[in-house]
Design a protein around this ligand. Structure first.
Ligand SMILES: [Zn+2]
Length: 357
């Protein structure tokens, strides 16, 4: 499977927080034969490389399997679904979004996030930001009974963003949904494949974490299972190049991986960060560094594991946490190249230097 085909599969798969099974199955198939896979009741998937010795420092690679989505709260009398959001959607990005609802019997139904049509809105309503509580998902039903009895959709049914992946081959552009963090998950699988059979100075464990979008919950659990000495987080990260001036843009589509120094949950281990950027310089891999005033990612949860030095290798994604994302294939490939280069060089001595004071 080539990179684009892999990205297509990971992007198109249905998965939101708490409903990650489809991504776990895909990852399990994709990494078959590379090591031992363990999946827990939260759907964290932990892949230990076949070549691991149990005697070398442990590197945790991380990517998260969930993506922002919706969850049915209740069926309204008119048959529409009242929902809550899973992860950080803003209300203005929800109306008119095409979705897929998974019924209790496993059937999928198309739906749309519905609001009152403009024709029926008052001037005040047209100018107001709608609340999530006032929105519904319409699956075409006309009554509560029809939704519950015929569609078999009720409280607890997940609602996934529904956008088909497209690739612009000439420009190397990826378009689709859930690039946060399916690009990271696909990249992690690809790194594990490229390292297969190689002798490394470290043991590598890939943790595909669940429930990142609702508070990094899976990564807290995965880190405690993996017990890493050091960690690299592969994350689809929000690009700023379409709205920040050049001098302030730190995550650019086509600008290479973003190595994050700071966000609201996390500060990178600076020696490790400098090691990775130094290596990128040496290998001619483009990158940016980012100091963010918002956001967070699994690195916060993993770094909490006994102060494990952690860096984030981010793949820039335009319009994360909306249905439609753009990303560049070259950024995806450069993120893999840098992660792989770091893993090929890490050993106990180098890792020890990251904690020197
Ligand atoms: Zn993410």
């Amino acid at each position: 499977m080539d990179s684009v085909e892999r990205i297509r599969k990971y992007s198109n798969a249905n998965g939101t927080s708490g409903f990650e099974q489809e991504i776990v199955r895909l990852f399990a198939d994709d990494t078959k034969g590379l090591g031992k896979l363990e999946v827990d009741g939260m759907f964290n998937a932990i892949l230990r490389r076949a070549e691991n010795t149990g005697k070398k420092p442990v590197v945790q690679l991380d990517a998260h399997s969930d993506a922002v989505g919706l969850l049915t709260q209740a069926v309204r009398p008119n048959g529409m679904l009242k929902f809550v959001t899973l992860g950080g959607f803003v209300p203005t990005n929800l109306p008119a979004m095409k979705v897929k609802v998974r019924a209790k019997d496993g059937q999928f139904y198309p739906g749309v996030v519905a609001t009152k049509p403009p024709h029926f809105m008052t001037v005040a309503e047209r100018n107001a930001v709608p609340t999530v509580a006032s929105m519904s998902v319409d699956i075409g039903s006309s009554s509560r009974e029809e939704t519950i009895n015929d569609f078999k959709v009720d409280t607890g049914c997940p609602i996934f963003v529904d956008v088909d992946f497209q690739f612009n081959e000439k420009k190397g552009l990826l378009f689709g949904k859930d690039f946060d963090d399916r690009l990271g998950a696909a990249a992690m699988a690809e790194v594990m494949q490229q390292l297969a059979g190689k002798d490394l100075g470290v043991d590598v464990v890939a943790g595909l974490s669940a429930q990142e979008e609702v508070g990094l919950r899976g990564a807290y659990v995965a880190a405690r299972k993996i017990e890493p000495d050091i960690s690299i987080v592969l994350e689809g990260v929000p690009a700023d190049d379409t709205f920040e001036p050049d001098w302030l843009s730190q995550t650019r589509m086509g600008g290479g991986p973003m190595l994050r120094d700071y966000d609201t949950t996390y500060i990178a281990n600076q020696p490790f960060q400098n090691y990775a950027t130094g290596l990128a310089d040496q290998l001619g891999i483009p990158y940016t560094r980012a100091v963010r005033t918002g956001g967070g990612q699994d690195g916060a949860a993993i770094g909490n594991w006994k102060g494990c030095p952690t860096i984030v290798v981010g793949i820039p994604v335009r319009y994360e946490h909306t249905p439609y994302n753009w990303a560049s294939l070259s950024d995806y490939q450069n993120s893999i190249a840098l992660t792989k280069a770091v893993l090929e060089r890490l050993d106990a001595k180098t890792i020890g230097e990251f904690s020197a004071f």
